[in-house]
Design a protein around this ligand. Structure first.
Ligand SMILES: [Fe+2]
Ligand SMILES: [Fe+2]
Length: 156
């Protein structure tokens, strides 16, 4: 069963964010195939390692963008969204390290909950990144001593 499927409605119009979302969803789809096949633990662990690596890069970049939204209007939503990112990252790290997060007995149950949370955050991305695009802001706010470059995409 596939929880997360890419569709045009998830395309936000931001080249780098869209490319990263597609990559993450490709790995999510691979994870679901392995889980459906009975869950080879070594393969799952390595897929979650790659997912975790890309997710960290993606969330750091995206949070840099979201910080430029007006705090008075979007502050609470951005805070809550970033907490969702942190939860996704922590849980991916746990599985990448070889243990399911507390409260999950099987990879099937975990993957269902995990990719549902990811999907909810993607919907939230559409609202938040959409607001940035309407304001014409496509690049993260520069932070002193912090490089926003990712893993090979040119800055946008
Ligand atoms: Fe995102
Ligand atoms: Fe996000």
């Amino acid at each position: 069963m596939q929880t997360v499927v890419w569709s045009d409605s998830l395309e936000l119009g931001h080249e780098r964010i869209d490319a990263e979302h597609r990559l993450l969803m490709d790995i999510a789809a691979d994870i679901e195939v392995i889980v459906d096949d009975g869950g080879n633990l070594a393969v799952l662990q390595s897929l979650y390692q790659e997912f975790h690596r890309l997710l960290q890069i993606h969330c750091a970049y995206e949070e840099g963008l979201l910080r430029s939204l007006p705090h008075s209007v979007f502050g609470a939503q951005v805070d809550s969204h970033c907490q969702g990112h942190a939860r996704l990252i922590t849980q991916a790290r746990s599985v990448a390290d070889g243990s399911l997060p507390e409260g999950y007995d099987t990879h099937r149950v975990f993957a269902n909950a995990y990719f549902q949370l990811m999907h909810d955050l993607l919907i939230d991305d559409a609202e938040l990144i959409g607001a940035l695009i309407r304001e014409g802001r496509h690049a993260p706010r520069p932070m002193p001593g912090h490089s926003s470059s990712g893993y090979g995409h040119p800055p946008v």
